[in-house]
Design a protein around this ligand. Sequence first.
Ligand SMILES: NC(=O)C1=CN([C@@H]2O[C@H](COP(=O)(O)OP(=O)(O)OC[C@H]3O[C@@H](n4cnc5c(N)ncnc54)[C@H](OP(=O)(O)O)[C@@H]3O)[C@@H](O)[C@H]2O)C=CC1
Ligand SMILES: O=C(O)CCC(=O)C(=O)O
Length: 425
Amino acid sequence: MSTAVPGTTGVREVSVFGDAIAYFNEAAALLNLDPGIKAILTHPSRQIIFSIPFQRDNGSIEVYTGYRVQYNFARGPAKGGIRFHPGVTLDEVTALAFWMTWKCAVVDLPFGGGKGGVTCDPRTLSISEIERITRRYAAELVEVIGPDKDVPAPDVNTTPQHMAWIMDTYSMHHRMNVPGVVTGKPLEIGGSRGRVEATGRGVSIVALDEMARLGIDPKGATIVVQGFGNVGSIAAKMFVDAGCKVIGISDVTGAYVNTNGIDVNGAIAYAQEHHSLDGYRGGDKMSNQAMLEVPCDVLVPAALEKVLTVENAARVKTKLIVEGANGPTTPEADHLFARNGIAVIPDIVANAGGVTVSYFEWVQDRQGYFWKEAEVNERLRENLIDNFGVVRDLARARGTTYRTAAYMVAIDRVVRSLKARGVYA
Ligand SMILES: NC(=O)C1=CN([C@@H]2O[C@H](COP(=O)(O)OP(=O)(O)OC[C@H]3O[C@@H](n4cnc5c(N)ncnc54)[C@H](OP(=O)(O)O)[C@@H]3O)[C@@H](O)[C@H]2O)C=CC1
Ligand SMILES: O=C(O)CCC(=O)C(=O)O
């Protein structure tokens, strides 16, 4: 299907940003959003595309493409991760920055939305090549990022190490230490306790909260998790800690299913040692697509966009979908889940634990005073449960899905900020 994509190059096939706008439009209609405000909010504030020339270890020169989209600044500096992946495009980064705008607003953080990426396949690069790409990426953005401008963080295939390189490069350019330019840093240079676990922890917090309302006893509840990186592996571990039975896990090499329960700690150790789940023997191997159709109480897509589509949605047999990934469900699939009585906790709520603790890290860096892990985790829980409660109450009052209610809450908060500033200023 062709979709008009505001702020990109026009009409394109199967746009991620197009799907994201479709969700926005449903909520905007219920809010009777002024057309002028709607026009502002459906266009990215700034899209930056640049070349990243770098030298391979063998001496040859290659040029990759880098992106940073600063979608909206109404509530504060742009905020959002950086993705290194072969599938990175301007369309995808724009959608991800758009989602960050609503994510930060729905959990009431003083940030706008941003996202970045480099089109590259890190599996084909050495660690020193990745360092050169990351430092060049940071150097190209040195004038437009900063603690009060735009604060990047990790996303797919980027880690605290990448954030350390960005912080160091930015600090060198500014001739002073600037820890607040990125979050998700190592603890040694101003990272926050609990940030590495925060997104997966947040997924389990909102999932367990909703399971209680749906009458799903966590003891023995069956969970399937797609993606076994930062978000998926830690969410799986937290579900097991809560007494649940994780029956399916996966990474890009395939899915591993064991209805008696996967040994998640063992799988994490295996993935760390082998750098993937390839060859893992703790479950029957199947395709990622087939695993999404395995009957379970809770399904957690925690890899990439558009994995739950009109093609497979009717065969998904679960009671609750908790979106660890950004954008895993297309609007058509989402409507089908609503019709089939499958509850969906949308990405902008379900995976907001990461940016919430990123906010705590930014606050701690500015204070120069660092909190204990228990305090970070407690404040995270409180913020997610409170704001998910606001979304749930609105969904009940207006008879909408959680997704539409979450967008309504977020859009309303952003619009209030826009109006307070003076929209056209
Ligand atoms: N990190 C964070 O704090 C946050 C991340 N998110 C979102 O969560 C999702 C995952 O991010 P994160 O865990 O950080 O990323 P990671 O890079 O740590 O992990 C990604 C995981 O997804 C797997 N994967 C990639 N492609 C596929 C595929 N086609 N099918 C199945 N699995 C696949 C990867 O496998 P392999 O390792 O084999 O490539 C890996 O296990 C993304 O949508 C991200 O935007 C959202 C909020 C915060
Ligand atoms: O921690 C952050 O700032 C953002 C994390 C992120 O990219 C996301 O929530 O999708």
